[in-house]
Design a protein around this ligand. Structure first.
Ligand SMILES: Nc1nc2c(ncn2[C@@H]2O[C@H](COP(=O)(O)OP(=O)(O)OP(=O)(O)O)[C@@H](O)[C@H]2O)c(=O)[nH]1
Ligand SMILES: [Mg+2]
Length: 214
């Protein structure tokens, strides 16, 4: 099957908010703990090996990396955004403050955000910082929680984890539009429905945008 995501190519790196491109087309951002698997998820979804830079060293991605979507000859119809991870234990306070200033403010204020993908390592579940992040997201945002690295669990453990996380999310967070799914960048588990959902977010946001403009 073809997907809009297969057209992804690197567009720009944003280290400070002032460098953000004008908010024109829909964006879908990937956030989550450092080392959770955000960059690997983007690569798998886009069927590219090294589009986003994945690494064993936590805290590798320190800026917002934008990947353009749509036919290459035309202006992009959307962007995927790889955000820096939070919660890396050895991160000095200054870097943490930098995360708030960049990724935090981006999440809070970006008007063209069509959806937020929250990536969690399935073996860790919902951490305190994940919870803070979900509570911080404005109500009404479309949210997709990926329980990634699910290849590390057996079938029974995977479904137990899924229902535990669902409960944990129900208890603390009230997002009307929240999808939760098991995922693996390594085996491709759960990848296709996630591609479809993200593409749908972008297509619908573009439809709303053009309807609003006419
Ligand atoms: N087994 C397994 N390993 C994975 C999976 N996804 C990512 N990893 C590994 O987890 C480590 C971190 O992956 P990244 O994609 O770099 O994580 P990240 O969230 O982008 O990390 P930061 O940019 O540092 O915040 C790498 O060693 C990956 O190979 C997965 O689905 N299964
Ligand atoms: Mg990364």
């Amino acid at each position: 099957m073809s997907s809009l995501l297969f057209t992804a190519r690197f567009a720009t790196t944003v280290a400070r908010l002032e460098q953000l491109p004008a908010p024109q087309v829909p964006e879908v951002v990937f956030v989550g703990r450092s080392n959770a698997g955000k960059s690997s998820a983007i690569n798998r979804l886009c069927q590219r090996r090294r589009l986003a830079f994945a690494s064993k060293t936590p805290g590798r991605t320190q800026a917002l990396n934008f990947f353009a979507l749509g036919p290459e000859a035309l202006a992009p119809t959307g962007f995927l955004v790889d955000a820096p991870g939070y919660g890396y234990a050895a991160t000095p306070a200054a870097v943490r403050a930098g995360w708030d200033r960049l990724a935090g403010r981006y999440l809070e204020a970006r008007t063209c955000l069509a959806g937020v993908v929250v990536v969690m390592d399935c073996r860790r579940g919902v951490t305190a910082l994940d919870r803070q992040l979900l509570e911080f997201l404005p109500a009404g945002r479309a949210v997709l929680v990926l329980l990634t690295k699910s290849d590390k669990l057996g079938n029974a453990e995977r479904s137990r984890t899924l229902s535990n996380v669902r409960k944990a999310l129900d208890d603390v967070i009230c997002h009307d539009d929240l999808t939760l799914t098991s995922f693996s960048a390594n085996t491709g588990l759960g990848v296709e429905p996630v591609r479809v959902l993200i593409e749908q977010w972008i297509v619908e946001a573009n439809r709303a945008r053009t309807a609003g403009a006419s």
